[in-house]
Design a protein around this ligand. Structure first.
Ligand SMILES: Nc1ncnc2c1ncn2[C@@H]1O[C@H](COP(=O)(O)OP(=O)(O)OP(=O)(O)O)[C@@H](O)[C@H]1O
Length: 356
């Protein structure tokens, strides 16, 4: 998987060393990322890390105190200047849909269409409703629609004025898990079909990975890594990203060569972008899918926890020196608590950080 294209001729959105916040204190600082034309990006991070703050700055609701936000090669925010939201051609979709309750679905979608004749407005609204598969509900009111349907209306309304960029602020978080997954894929298809760029804010990494081309992982108002999902999982830039993206446990080890680590789980070898010097003390990230059942293995950790999840079971294992790690097995491999299970590590990529 190649790294994201870091130098296209011109970015659609270019966020340069952004700093902003409320009052005198900055909530985010030195935030840098850029989005290509037609790409879907994501701001992913724990609650309070500054995702919505960045979104507000992008939308023009919050002035910035450092850096620059550029859209289509135009500076739309710099310290001392904020292009008003209505002049930015940026659409917003919110968590709570924010539809007008007294307007029909068609009127909600057509609300932002200015300067069109009545007929033009009707045709455009109908085509947008068709795009989000709601043409049969045009005359209903928001309270007559399900949450998922309301969110499709909100998307159609945001798309109506033909924005350059759409900002999606936790748009699926009021929906149940199954609907969330389906709607996020539908929204991705719609945006890709129209070639519209979007930036999604979420704390749900599965949603981020399913929907977005590139993801910024944030912590305490700073971007830890801006990368394609594959690299975030397999080449995390630091411990925070490694721990936040996917599951896993750190196990101590010592580098014995450029790409080999000796540990309580045996001699581990896997693909690496960066090489270690022999003797370096490391913490190795063991993901649940790095562990395989192997009846011939001498490594026999004890089951200390077991979580059945239908097609698979997540096991927590403990070694005699108290090192713990997890493994995800197909659920027909059924072991008891306390049982010693022969396993081995089969890691495609080795993720490890120097022990501090
Ligand atoms: N209007 C405000 N005035 C002052 N501080 C604020 C305001 N809004 C947010 N903050 C603070 O800024 C920080 C970042 O908040 P923000 O809403 O951007 O985080 P977030 O990553 O979007 O979180 P969540 O996922 O919970 O929505 C938090 O410490 C929050 O308390």
């Amino acid at each position: 998987m190649p790294p994201p294209n870091l130098m296209p001729d011109s970015w659609l959105l270019d966020v340069r060393a952004l700093g902003c916040g409320y009052g005198s204190a900055n909530v985010v600082s030195d935030v840098r990322f850029a989005l290509g034309h037609g790409d879907i990006g994501c701001l992913l991070g724990p609650s309070g890390c500054g995702k919505s703050t960045i979104l507000r700055a992008l939308a023009g609701f919050l002035p910035i105190s450092e850096g620059e936000i550029r859209l289509n090669d135009q500076a739309i925010s710099v310290p001392g200047f904020t292009l008003p939201p209505e002049q930015r051609r940026i659409g917003m979709v919110f968590q709570d849909y924010a539809l007008f309750p007294h307007l029909t679905i068609a009127e909600n979608v057509g609300f932002g269409l200015k300067g069109l004749s009545r007929d033009e407005k009707r045709i455009k609204t109908a085509s947008l409703l068709e795009l989000v598969h709601l043409q049969d509900l045009a005359d209903k009111y928001p309270h007559q629609l399900s949450g998922g349907q309301q969110q499709r209306v909100a998307l159609a309304r945001a798309l109506a004025p033909e924005p350059t960029l759409i900002l999606l602020d936790e748009p699926f978080s009021n929906l149940d898990a199954d609907l969330r997954r389906r709607l996020s894929l539908d929204v991705r298809d719609i945006l890709k079909e129209l070639g519209i760029s979007a930036l999604l804010v979420t704390h749900d990494q599965q949603e981020a990975f399913a929907m977005c081309d590139q993801v910024a992982v944030l912590k305490d108002g700073q971007v830890q890594q801006w990368d394609v999902p594959y690299n975030l999982y397999h080449e995390p830039a630091n411990r925070f990203v490694a721990g936040f993206v996917g599951q896993g446990a750190f196990v101590p080890g010592t580098a014995s060569g450029a790409d080999t680590i000796e540990s309580e789980l045996g001699s581990l070898t896997g693909k690496r972008n960066r090489q270690w010097r022999a003797g370096t003390l490391l913490d190795v990230l063991i993901r649940p899918d790095d562990i395989v059942y192997d009846p011939d293995s001498d490594l026999k950790p004890r089951v200390v926890e077991k979580t059945f999840a239908g097609t698979s079971t997540l096991y927590r294992f403990r070694l005699s020196d108290d090192t713990e790690f997890e493994a995800l097995f197909r659920s027909h491999l059924d072991f008891r608590l306390g049982e010693h299970v022969p396993v081995r590590v089969e890691a495609d990529h080795l993720i490890a950080f120097q022990r501090t």
